[in-house]
Design a protein around this ligand. Sequence first.
Ligand SMILES: *Cc1c(COP(=O)(O)O)cnc(C)c1O
Length: 349
Amino acid sequence: MPQLAISFADVLAAADRLHGVARRTPVLTCDALDERTGAQVFFKAENLQRVGAFKFRGAYNALSRLTPQQREHGVIAFSSGNHAQAVALAARLLNMPAVLVMPHDAPAIKLAATREHLRGLRGSEIVLYDRYTEDRAAIGARLAAERGLTSIPPFDHPDVMAGQGTAALEMIEQAGPLDALLVCVGGGGLISGCAVAATHLLPEIAVHGVEPEAGNDTQRSLKAGHIVQIGVPQTIADGAQTTSSGLLTFPVIQALVRSVVTVTDAQLVRTMQHLAQHLKLVVEPTGCLAAAALLEGVLDLRGQRVGVILSGGNVDLIQYSQFLSGTGGSATLPDPHGGALGALIKDAP
Ligand SMILES: *Cc1c(COP(=O)(O)O)cnc(C)c1O
């Protein structure tokens, strides 16, 4: 078996670095949802993590490992979503410059939150680009070369993967032994870190990944035995609109994940409603993936102790109210090239 990019020791070291910095998010249980699924379900509420998603764990772990010289020059990241906010906050806490390359039509709330974290931080800025006409890789490469910035990728990096794995480490400390662990899959940073932690602590555990039906690249890659690339998936799960898993994450998934299943956007919307109603939690569409597989019966884990990671809670409130009232969702898919809200407004009769 090839050497995997991270080991359990890396996750433990990440947990040390994150101690007192990342929030130890609660693990919630709910009789109504236990009854619905026939399982004993433990929900890890990473929507309550700093910046509203688990991404803070990986970003902070990666930035805290940079050399003094790298810290002096700073970091660069590309993201329209939670990774940008995570890198911005981590850079602020560690006092290093951060350049975030974001599409000019990124959700307004995410741009504003990222800008707020960078306020007054030396050498930091948001560089906006037009995703129709400009090549962000070229923009990034130029900036990185000019300023000596270190690039922090959203999932395919050992320190990012190890940081994300602390979510599962913590959850098992909080919930006790589990038979199964359900984790959403975008590029696979979260699930690879969590699988390393969970299978080390509980060798019998079944780790299952959950992808949006439209973006099942990892499921297809596992079947094919190599990384399969797909087009940008059309789904409300905007945090899982990745087109392939990573060169580092995929071998970990291959080695340690039992299966990858998919859920539809309609199933995500119903799950968002269940989580609001029963757990009183705001969870973004991507954050509902793992829960949806269980609550919608895609995975039948009756009689088992099941951990479910709720990965994030950053959702536009108007869009969220439409999901809750059943007027948003698969009939009004966000345009991956535009703001989700813009698409809803455009599609309105
Ligand atoms: C980034 C993100 C994901 C996907 O994580 P990967 O590590 O890319 O698999 C899932 N949910 C939320 C809320 C995210 O921000």
